[in-house]
Design a binder for this molecule. Structure first.
Ligand code: AMP
Length: 307
């Protein structure tokens, strides 16, 4: 099944306790499409960049089988720029700069060949743009998943509420779930957020794994304890890409299959943090991914008989 992805395609400047980068390629949709390209047969990108965005990085996306017909290039404008600095524990970060640039007036155009996409991943960008994409799909896709962040909760809460109402799966982190719901308990937060629209909610907890909620069911997938974490940037998007890519590849949206998808998403995210930016993500193969998924299975599997 084919997958349509929207989100930022950007320049990032990152500072972690292990080092600092100048402008490197990043953006939510970059991480999502790269991650999902290892699973979904057809990945369709809708995004916008400025004339400053390197053409060889677009070619790199194409080499991963990502269709960039829906990637607009505004030659006389600058690409979205984000800069962040991680704290010592790497679980939290401060945003230093957000320059919307070309994203400021982005009008997402969906090529005709993308209209048959059954799966949609609305990566992080303005909720108004995310909503426009849903409205411009001629047929309701089988599954719409969405990510967002505190930045949009602060400046576009009404639009965000409108968009959240329209999606099936919301994927956010624990801090965002607390801000969105006004609840500290993640169980209470998950109830409130699902009352806002999405039947499924995934709450990512960084190095402490991820929770999947639906009705009265909850599933927990741990994160793999890694010896070295260099840069968590994009881990959330890479998770989302692995999750939705696996669902699109298997074309099964049952709760049990979503649990498997959460494991695939977590495995992909565990690669992402091992190097700066997209470096690790662009150089993976099926075998390496499968052995990492096996490591996740081994991590939490136990034979236990309650007597
Ligand atoms: P993550 O670490 O998964 O939260 O995602 C980091 C990526 O999100 C970076 O590559 C940024 O370019 C991108 N990003 C940060 N802020 C925003 C924003 N307000 N809108 C869209 N993308 C953003």
């Amino acid at each position: 099944m084919s997958l349509l992805v929207i989100g930022s395609v950007a320049f990032d400047a990152i500072e972690t306790p292990f080092g600092k980068t100048d402008k490197i390629i990043g953006g939510a949709a970059t991480y999502i499409t790269l991650s999902s390209s290892y699973f979904a047969k057809q990945v369709n990108l809708v995004a916008v960049v400025g004339g400053d965005f390197p053409k060889n990085d677009i070619a790199l996306l194409n080499e991963h089988g990502i269709d960039t017909e829906g990637l607009q290039i505004k030659e006389d404008q600058k690409s979205f720029f984000w800069s962040g600095k991680y704290h010592n524990d790497m679980n939290s970060r401060d945003t230093l700069v957000t320059e919307l640039n070309v994203l400021g007036d982005f009008d997402p155009i969906i090529p005709a060949s993308y209209q048959s996409s059954e799966y949609v991943m609305l990566g992080n960008l303005s909720p108004q743009v995310q909503k426009t994409v849903i409205e411009r799909m001629e047929k309701r896709p089988k599954l719409i998943a969405m990510d967002t962040m505190n930045f949009w909760m602060d400046i576009a809460k009404d639009e965000l509420d409108e968009t959240i109402k329209m999606v099936d799966v919301l994927i956010i982190n624990d801090e965002e779930a607390r801000q969105l719901s006004g609840e500290y308990s993640l169980v209470k937060a998950s109830k409130k957020i699902r009352e806002m629209g999405p039947k499924y909610l995934i709450i990512k907890k960084g190095e402490h794994g991820a929770l999947l909620f639906n009705q009265d069911r909850v599933y927990f997938c741990p994160a793999l304890p890694l010896e070295e974490v260099f840069d968590p940037t994009g881990a959330g998007d890479t998770f989302a890409g692995g999750f939705i890519g696996y669902l699109a590849a298997t074309d099964d949206i049952s709760f049990d299959n979503m649990k498997r998808a959460v494991i695939y998403g977590s495995a992909m995210a565990s690669f992402c943090v091992e190097k700066f930016g997209t470096e690790r993500l662009i150089a993976l193969d099926k075998k390496t991914i499968e052995s990492r998924v096996q490591a996740f299975i081994d991590l939490s599997q136990v034979e236990l008989q309650i007597t």
